[in-house]
Design a protein around this ligand. Sequence first.
Ligand SMILES: *[C@@H]1O[C@H](CO)[C@@H](O)[C@H](O)[C@H]1NC(C)=O
Ligand SMILES: *[C@@H]1O[C@H](CO)[C@@H](O)[C@H](O)[C@H]1NC(C)=O
Ligand SMILES: *[C@@H]1O[C@H](CO)[C@@H](O)[C@H](O)[C@H]1NC(C)=O
Ligand SMILES: *[C@@H]1O[C@H](CO)[C@@H](O)[C@H](O)[C@H]1NC(C)=O
Ligand SMILES: *[C@@H]1O[C@H](CO)[C@@H](O)[C@H](O)[C@H]1NC(C)=O
Ligand SMILES: CC(=O)N[C@H]1CO[C@H](CO)[C@@H](O)[C@@H]1O
Length: 398
Amino acid sequence: MARVVPIVLGIVFTGLAVLYQIYLHPLFEVLGVFRTVQTFGLNASRCKRFPELQACEKIVLHQPSGVLYLACSTPESRIAWTPAMGQLNPQGRSTEDYIATFDPSTSKITKLHLENFVSDQPISVHGMDIVPSTSLSNPNNALYVYLVNHRAPTGSNPDSDARNVGADSVIELFNTTISGDRLTHIKTFRDPVILTPNDVAGQGDGRGFFFTNDHSSKIPRARIIQNAFTASTSVGYCHLDRGCKVAASGLHGNNGIVKALNDTVYVASNTGGKISIFERQGDDSLLLTDVVPIGQVLDNLSLDNEGNVWAAAFPKARDIIEHLSKNPQHISPVAAFKISSVNVDRNESFYGEKYIVEKVFEDNGTIVSGSTSIAYDSKRGLLFMHGVAAQHLVVCAL
Ligand SMILES: *[C@@H]1O[C@H](CO)[C@@H](O)[C@H](O)[C@H]1NC(C)=O
Ligand SMILES: *[C@@H]1O[C@H](CO)[C@@H](O)[C@H](O)[C@H]1NC(C)=O
Ligand SMILES: *[C@@H]1O[C@H](CO)[C@@H](O)[C@H](O)[C@H]1NC(C)=O
Ligand SMILES: *[C@@H]1O[C@H](CO)[C@@H](O)[C@H](O)[C@H]1NC(C)=O
Ligand SMILES: *[C@@H]1O[C@H](CO)[C@@H](O)[C@H](O)[C@H]1NC(C)=O
Ligand SMILES: CC(=O)N[C@H]1CO[C@H](CO)[C@@H](O)[C@@H]1O
């Protein structure tokens, strides 16, 4: 008996060490538990802050005009009502979320009026996509606006308490015109496949979109552990005529999504610290073609004019969690990665190197803090950064 105990302990410790090596160590690396934040790549005297725009979860650049679209709220209300973070107190949510445009050439901010939007509750914005209309008869420079809207469940019985059932999330389709001040509502998509929508990537015909589900259940219990260790999130596709379906499943910690004009779809994995690249199939499902490891907690993605993918990243997961779930004033370092695909004509691709990952900057929170969304105007050399609970828009000349 006396000799069995050390053997059992030995086995247990070896088991734990193996578990640590396989699961915890990579996770700690991605979460930045042991990381020292660097500061490089941004020059404070070439950056400006715009505190009129707060808590803008998602920003999307309209490249031809240089105008930025922002989906905004208030930092305080995000702590009460951010279903993606399991924050499900609808009483504390903002009643004045809005979509705004920001023109960097004049610094003009325009809050867009919602037209034809009939709802029994205020809009609660999250992910967004802005897509120029591809319709041939398009005299007005129309744009389609796809928005994740986290409604609260309605009614007064326990089955309609958000803490028990989660948010009643939908995806809204609007249209607008470039430099217009209105968003005209076209349709609300509500479907069981739209479970925990985070971000959306829409089509230019205003008829369909891909979106990420950031969890496999609407209710927060055990969701964090589930997301860190299991591949249980999905990408869905909805179409005006064909309804909604799961386009890809078994993915790890889905977050931002972006689609190139050629229908290549990029999805960021937050706790997985990687970007998955898909090709759209004839039946609107997505075929995984590549995975690009980044090694940090990732958030929302954007594409620049030159086909590079930009990813906002959090060097310190602990700080972003504090910032998002307790105290919006808490400083959270930010990093940005640029992922460029190697031209297939070039020789590198023959050796299996298809993407180049470059860390463009890292900041300890002095210049930018808590950015969950980054957009780069490659023509004008401007970098835009905002975050779900951030206090201001930051615009930097690179
Ligand atoms: C930062 O930008 C200012 C103004 O453009 C410039 O004078 C300065 O040299 C820059 N600093 C660095 C370290 O590049
Ligand atoms: C937006 O949609 C409405 C209704 O579907 C339509 O009447 C209007 O012309 C559209 N606006 C633009 C700018 O395309
Ligand atoms: C699709 O477009 C992206 C972005 O411009 C580009 O990087 C990618 O190589 C293209 N994919 C294909 C299959 O052409
Ligand atoms: C590719 O490799 C070949 C043989 O090494 C070389 O002759 C050619 O110049 C290379 N092409 C490019 C675009 O680098
Ligand atoms: C961030 O870095 C800058 C420049 O290296 C330094 O001056 C500042 O004290 C740092 N701030 C924090 C909060 O670490
Ligand atoms: C669309 C979008 O903004 N997605 C994510 C951006 O970052 C925050 C912080 O992690 C997430 O909560 C959002 O879901």
